[in-house]
Design a protein around this ligand. Structure first.
Ligand code: ADP
Length: 348
């Protein structure tokens, strides 16, 4: 990382950069949010914008993900554009899923818009799919792109956590606390379905945080029949209600699928289903997610100044790391086996 001397011009509050001869050729950077939204994306947009302006870049907000890059829905951002957003859920840039970007023609249009606008580099905030698109685009046109892991699912490899995951986990915990009140009163077995795509992080840690009896997660579903294991272990023995968190996934069968199985295979249980759905994406980000997004956003600008490209910013043991796109998106992030054991031991 090169040392860049900055001094603040007090009148405009704009930094004046003394660029050294090694400094990156990048003069302007575009930011977009793509795929599923996650709380903390706004904090990340704010951090990239402000750190970018501080470094002397022009910063452009690109609306509706890759679609806005193709249709030129782009606005130059000042520090004020990102005022008063750190506490807001969702994304002020909007997000979208864009099929056209999956075609070479669509990506050519996006590149043409970037050139016309004079945007030299991109920061893409999104999940696995968005970073896959970023990797392809960066390779095709030799564009510096930095990714930020913006997803509640926590399913990106090379980072301990992702922007939005902690907030979603807290939302799940609050919901399960409430469902437990009714579950206990009626002596019911509740299957609560949570998001996570094909990853069990939200279900497993949500179960530990809410004191649930079990979590049914895709990482284990292929190895054992978790439902029959639960029933055979007599998981209701000492309790008058049971709460099981289920990761949404064809592999687990989802909460509905499991409830149906209980009705057919283990009649006698008073079983109910609750699917938490989109409320898990909403809400004001937690302090953890705001700080994570702020650190990662600033680190994305550092990475560009350091001539890094095609890397996702991650956090490992509380240190910022740069993870090559190929690693972040290709590998399945392993679930911590200790967590599985902890949940089992604490739910007796
Ligand atoms: P997420 O980023 O939350 O995983 P998606 O999987 O829906 O969300 O991906 C978001 C967008 O990223 C897609 O709509 C598409 O525009 C882009 N994208 C995903 N996969 C690819 C791909 N293989 N090639 C090009 N673009 C892709």
């Amino acid at each position: 990382m090169q040392i860049i001397k900055t001094q603040i011009d007090n009148q405009n509050l704009q930094p004046i950069i003394q660029k050294n001869k090694y400094m990156s050729q990048i003069k302007s950077v575009g930011i977009l949010t793509s795929g599923g939204d996650a709380p903390g994306m706004n904090a990340a947009i704010r951090a990239v914008t402000r750190a970018g302006i501080f470094a002397g870049f022009k910063v452009f907000g690109i609306y509706r993900g890759y679609r806005g890059l193709i249709t030129d829905e782009i606005e130059e951002f000042s520090t004020q554009n990102v005022s008063n957003i750190i506490q807001r859920g969702g994304t002020i840039l909007k997000t979208a899923r864009c099929k056209e970007f999956q075609t070479p023609e669509g990506r050519q249009c996006a590149y043409d818009v970037m050139k016309r606008r004079g945007i030299d580099a991109l920061v893409v905030i999104g999940g696995d799919g968005s970073l896959t698109g970023a990797r392809i685009f960066a390779n095709e046109f030799n564009i510096p792109i930095i990714g930020l892991p913006g997803t509640i699912d926590n399913d990106l490899y090379g980072t301990d956590t992702t922007i939005g995951y902690d907030t979603a986990l807290n939302t799940i915990m609050d919901c399960v606390d409430k469902i437990r009140d009714t579950a206990t009163s009626h002596e019911r077995l509740f299957f609560i379905e949570v998001m996570g795509r094909d990853a069990g992080f939200l279900a497993l840690n949500g179960a530990i945080a809410a004191g649930a009896e079990a979590a049914i997660i895709p990482e284990i579903s292929t190895q054992v029949d978790q439902l029959s294991e639960l029933i055979q272990n007599g998981f209701r023995k000492s309790k008058n209600s049971s709460i099981v968190l289920v990761a949404e996934s064809p592999i687990t069968g989802g909460a509905m699928g499991l409830a149906q199985r209980v009705k057919e295979e283990y009649p006698g249980y008073d079983v109910r289903v609750s699917i938490l759905g989109h409320l898990q994406r909403g809400g004001s980000p937690t302090a953890h997610d705001r700080i994570l997004a702020s650190r990662m956003g600033a680190a994305a600008i550092d990475a560009l100044l350091d001539d890094q490209r095609s890397v996702m910013i991650g956090v490992k043991n509380d240190e910022i790391v740069n993870v090559p796109f190929t690693k972040a998106i290709k590998n399945d992030k392993p679930i911590n086996q200790q967590l599985i054991s902890t949940l089992r031991r604490l739910s007796i």
